[in-house]
Design a protein around this ligand. Structure first.
Ligand SMILES: [Zn+2]
Ligand SMILES: [Zn+2]
Length: 244
């Protein structure tokens, strides 16, 4: 399995990290998770290409996770592609309908298959996926791909989510801010380290990075390592991780 981090930023730009987007690939299967601003360009830069993306899986409906959906639809239509499957939590159908109501000319350009999922197991784009409800300001799902890859979506750090990722090779986890930012709905490094303590996860990558984290990576890793001694790194845009 290959996992490519297209965007490791958040709702406030750093100039270098684009908004959330991750591509999961295995054999002939390709799945895009989230489609924030900049993801369409990153798909092109990564060499994967927007033509390859016929399925998108959404964690939740905040703009930094869905902003490039319509641009992706338009690019696919212009490239002669005919379909797009969009899978996400409850409300996904209403959101897509709403977007197409505003941008009326995009209606009927692609054959859209929109599907809503809840916590539990389902298939998408040839992958077996498990979903778990996170703690965020909108309903949000974390996704797990067997024992290889888990993405937290946007979430506070809590034991249930760490348990959900237990024994996974790679966990990509929201770590939006350094410790001195008073935040809810996202973790701080200290809280993330405390929840990860004692877990058995191959490697943790940190993502959803606000500009506040720039220049403070070392201190954030130290804070996590106060309680968690596992392998933790910062994710980067356009980085590919191969998981065997
Ligand atoms: Zn969010
Ligand atoms: Zn977000």
């Amino acid at each position: 399995m290959r996992v490519t981090f297209l965007g490791t930023g958040s709702a406030m730009p750093t100039g270098e990290r684009f908004q959330t987007g991750i591509v999961v690939q295995e054999d002939e299967h390709t799945l895009l998770i989230d489609c924030g601003s900049g993801v369409l360009h990153r798909l092109q830069q990564s060499g994967i290409g927007y033509e390859e993306i016929s399925s998108v899986l959404l964690t939740h409906h905040h703009l930094d996770h869905v902003a490039d959906l319509l641009p992706l639809m338009k690019a696919r239509w212009l490239a002669g592609e005919e379909t797009l499957e969009i899978v996400g939590p409850q409300g996904t159908k209403a959101m897509i309908d709403g977007l197409l109501e505003v941008h009326e000319y995009m209606q009927d350009k692609l054959e859209l298959q929109v599907r809503e999922v809840v916590a539990g197991d389902f298939d998408v784009a040839g992958f077996d996926v498990s979903a778990y409800e996170t703690r965020h300001s909108l309903p949000c799902l974390a996704y797990r791909f067997d024992d290889r890859f888990t993405f937290s979506g946007d979430s506070e750090a809590f034991a249930g989510l760490v348990n959900f990722a237990e024994e996974c090779a790679i966990l990509l986890h929201d770590c939006s801010f350094p410790d001195d930012v008073d935040v809810s709905n996202h973790p701080t490094p200290e809280k993330l380290g405390a929840e990860l303590a004692g877990s058995d996860i191959g490697r943790v990558y940190l993502t959803h990075l606000y500009p506040h984290t720039e220049g403070r990576h070392e201190e954030m890793l130290e804070s996590i390592s106060a309680e968690y001694d596992g392998d933790v790194r910062f994710a980067k845009d356009l980085q590919t991780v191969t998981i065997t």
